[in-house]
Ligand binder design. Structure first.
Ligand SMILES: [Zn+2]
Ligand SMILES: [Zn+2]
Length: 261
């Protein structure tokens, strides 16, 4: 079964342009240097599955033309990945059942704290999101089946935190990682597409930088690698020109097809 992956956003936590910044990338006329907060949408079998809902989620959905959400998987609970959760509301009404949402314990705790009114049992706000939160084990090998495709949680290192990426069929989405545990590489064999965090050129405590991401890409050996969670230090055209054709920076709105099951 084929699936379409859309990069809803490819920017780092502050977005690009970054507020208050006049650098060459932030003032660039190249639309590929305009990066909303990182998230992807997957379309297959008439369904739409999202990974993360950042602060730009509403505008990303309007821009993409997507009109439904059938499930959401979260990578971790940082603001740039969860703050669009409330904008799921209109897409969760009138569909005969709640939208399933998957998150590991630390992420589910954040969702339940920040969006407490959504999850409370009494005095429920009538137009809060109709979602069913499912907690994912952080143990290696955790997987959920969604509409005929399997989504396996891939343990990743994000600075001092342990978070999750996802593998689905012949693709994997691994944002916000500074490195991967050795065991996670074993779960990434035979990939057509891998999406990796590549923040900037200089090392960073909780995000992989360009040189490290190229090294990880070569070790995984996917047919195609795309970088995301990109900061304003990286100019799209410049980075695209210096990287080999099979390892390229993604940009908002980029779409690709792959086999999901
Ligand atoms: Zn992030
Ligand atoms: Zn800038």
């Amino acid at each position: 079964m084929n699936a379409k992956l859309t990069f809803l956003g490819t920017g780092t936590s502050m977005g690009v342009p970054t507020l208050g910044c006049d650098c060459a990338v932030c003032t660039s006329a190249d639309v590929r240097n305009v990066r909303t907060r990182s998230s992807i949408a997957l379309e297959y079998a008439g369904r739409v599955v999202l990974i993360d809902t950042g602060p730009d989620f509403r505008q990303q959905m309007l821009r993409s033309g997507l009109r439904q959400v059938d499930a959401v998987l979260y990578t971790h609970g940082h603001a740039d990945h969860v703050l669009g959760f409330d904008d799921l509301r209109p897409l969760t009404f009138g569909r005969g059942g709640p939208v399933p949402v998957y998150a590991d314990d630390p992420t589910a705790d954040v969702l339940e704290r920040v969006f407490e009114y959504t999850f409370r049992k009494v005095d429920k706000y009538p137009t809060s999101a109709k979602v069913a939160l499912h907690r994912l084990s952080a143990e290696p090998g955790t997987a959920v089946s969604l509409f005929g495709a399997s989504f396996e949680r891939i343990p990743m290192i994000h600075g001092r935190n342990s978070i999750g990426g996802y593998r689905f069929g012949q693709a994997a989405y691994l944002t916000d990682m500074s490195d991967l545990p050795e065991a996670s590489f074993d779960r990434l064999h035979g990939l057509d597409v891998v999406v990796l965090d590549a923040l900037r050129r200089e090392p960073h405590p909780s995000h992989s930088h360009l040189e490290n991401s190229v090294r990880i890409a070569e070790k995984i050996g996917a047919r195609r690698t795309f970088f995301t969670h990109i900061a304003h230090e990286l100019d799209h055209a410049e980075v695209a020109a210096e990287l080999p054709p099979h390892i390229q920076p993604a940009y908002d709105g980029l779409q690709l097809e792959f086999v999901i099951a």
